[in-house]
Design a protein around this ligand. Structure first.
Ligand code: ATP
Ligand code: MG
Length: 553
């Protein structure tokens, strides 16, 4: 994996200092997703950072499933996450499950109780909330705080043995109810949940809380630099407390960085799951989703995602990135790689009245105007063609250089044609246009007799193939959908998808298979959809437009 993501960032500087001072000989980072949904583009930033740092400093990266909350977790998510990390180029040195450490975590909690640093508390959730205090008011100590070590050990074991119902008891760290940091006010470290776990089945009915489990997981794996997002900054004192009081033999350093937020996008597995569950999208990999699988299905490349993440960099303050910036990097990446082809999305019949009946000629057309090495292909041409409806106007404005009555244009890679006649239906809708062609003007013949200002693309009507084209707009209308207490489901764009039925030229798409990408002249970059394409019909997703007014500042 490329190292460029790290080109000078504050985390890299910390690591360099730690290596220079001898604090660490080797570094270990980790990417620790909870398997409660599919990964999104925000996770890509974290993946590229963690894997990139380990790679650059010849260290190791762990893929660790942070699976301590069985209610929301599933093996489907585990599998999808592995696939997505691999697709982004992340080769983990070790694959771990936090649930494999449940035994060790239980022992460490036991140790805390023995040291008088944890107690079993029977307050109801409502009472606990009241006792917690607020940002301006200190909390109150729980009446259960002074239980004896023996009683706590006994109760904790009985919690483990399933003697109590969910929510009846919790294990809390005994820290400081008057701490200005609410996270330090005797946080819950174990709760009861009689739920089957995707990995440990029914072995456990108590599960550790994130703030207790995560530092232990890092320490057990000897992670040196534990990188997380800024919301966890206030949890860092607790992270350090857990590692210290549990007497772990390694002290990972938690470092926070700004999470990625994008305009017109929700960036949380929990919210994305709602879109899936409410069938607003056709699955986690719907091309409108900001998930890695959605971006992949839509035709986005891992290189584009990487370049995007490099460009946004690693910062210490949160900001919102324009979603068009990702499109920009996709376009940049595809431009030189993807072959050109002709497709007509909103077809209008064009008949060349002076072209011989039943004749077809094969025209040689280049595959990528920017790259000769991609060669040429032979495209059939005959009397009846389709052009884009918008490439013809009966009453054109000034500076319209495409087809209109009396005007001559070049058909891409073929001949000049002049529009002589229009056939309309009873409603006045243009049905077909009749043109004449000039055989002398054949492309490549060196004809210099006269010039035309417009070139339009086309497909041959007798040999073209019907195809479907799916265009996407942002799924969410609002720039910052989660702001100001609004519910993002109220911001869904009702027009986020447009489906067109058109035609493709036969040659370029002969062997097209799902995921193949094409640059359709004037219409954009497309790929073949994996879900809707059948043996009978190619369905294309528009990946990005060919051009955009977006500028990288
Ligand atoms: P979600 O709300 O989407 O579930 P999360 O932070 O709970 O996100 P985890 O599965 O716990 O997701 O995250 C795995 C790693 O990915 C964490 O280290 C987290 O900090 C990082 N991460 C998650 N979202 C983003 C984001 N938007 N930008 C950068 N990193 C992120
Ligand atoms: Mg989460």
């Amino acid at each position: 994996m490329s190292n460029e993501i790290n080109s000078s960032n504050f985390i890299k500087n910390i690591i360099m200092d730690d290596l220079a001072s001898g604090k660490h000989k080797d570094i270990i980072t980790r990417f620790p997703p909870e398997p409660n949904g599919y990964l999104h583009i925000g996770h890509a930033k974290s993946i590229l950072l963690n894997f990139g740092l380990a790679n650059e400093f010849k260290g190791k990266t762990h893929l660790r499933f942070d699976d301590t909350n069985p209610v929301k977790e599933d093996t489907e998510y585990v599998e999808s996450i592995k696939e997505d990390v691999k697709w982004l180029g992340g080769n983990w040195d070790n694959l771990f499950f936090a649930s494999d450490y449940f035994g060790e975590m239980y022992n460490r909690a036991f140790l805390l109780i023995k040291k008088g640093k944890a107690y079993v508390c029977d307050l109801t959730p409502e009472e606990a909330k009241e006792y917690r205090g607020t940002l301006t008011q200190p909390g109150k100590e729980s009446p259960y705080r002074d239980r004896s070590v023996e009683e706590n050990l006994d109760l904790f074991e009985r919690m483990k043995n399933g003697e109590f119902a969910d929510g009846k008891k919790v294990l809390r760290a005994k820290i400081d109810m008057s701490s200005p940091n609410i996270n330090m006010r005797d946080p819950i470290i174990y709760r009861i949940s009689h739920t089957t776990h995707h990995n440990t089945g029914d072995k456990w009915c108590i599960y550790p809380m994130y703030d207790f489990a995560h530092p232990l997981e890092d320490a057990i794996e000897h992670v040196t630099h534990s990188i997380c997002t800024l919301e966890f900054e206030d949890h860092r004192p607790l992270y350090e407390w857990v590692v210290r009081e549990c007497e772990m033999d390694c002290t990972p350093r938690q470092i926070e960085f700004a999470r990625l937020n994008m305009t017109n996008t929700v960036m949380s597995k929990r919210l994305l799951k709602q879109l899936v569950d409410e069938k607003i999208v056709d699955g986690w990999d719907d091309p409108r989703m900001p998930t890695i699988s959605g971006l992949r299905r839509k035709g986005c490349t891992p290189e584009a995602i990487r370049n995007f993440c490099i460009a946004i960099g690693v910062a210490k303050s949160n900001s919102i990135v324009d979603s068009q910036m990702l499109d920009y990097f996709v376009r940049e990446d595809l431009q030189p790689k993807v072959p050109l082809a002709m497709a007509v999305l909103k077809p209008l019949k064009l008949i060349i009245t002076n072209y011989p009946e039943d004749a077809t000629e094969m025209l040689e057309i280049e595959n990528n105007a920017n790259d000769e090495s991609q060669g040429t292909r032979l495209v059939p041409f005959s009397k009846e063609l389709y052009i884009e409806r918008e490439d013809f106007m009966e009453n054109p404005p000034k500076k319209y250089f495409r087809l209109f009555p009396g005007n001559e244009v070049r058909l891409k890679g073929a001949y000049f044609v002049r529009c002589n006649d229009i056939i309309k239906d009873e409603n006045g809708e243009v049905l077909e246009i009749h043109c004449s062609y000039d055989p002398e003007t054949k492309c490549g013949s060196g004809f210099t007799g006269r010039k035309v200002k417009g070139t339009i693309h086309w497909v041959d009507a007798s040999s073209c193939i019907p195809a479907e084209f799916r265009f996407y707009e942002p799924l969410i209308l609002d720039d910052a959908p989660e702001n100001e207490g609004r519910h993002f489901l109220e911001q869904i764009n009702p027009n986020s998808i447009e489906v067109l039925q058109g035609f493709i030229e036969p040659t370029a798409f002969k062997d097209a298979k799902p995921q193949d990408r094409f640059q359709m002249i004037r219409n954009g970059f497309f790929n073949v959809d994996t879900k809707y394409t059948t043996v009978d019909k190619l369905v294309f997703n528009r990946i990005v437009s060919l051009k955009s007014s977006f500028k990288l500042s």
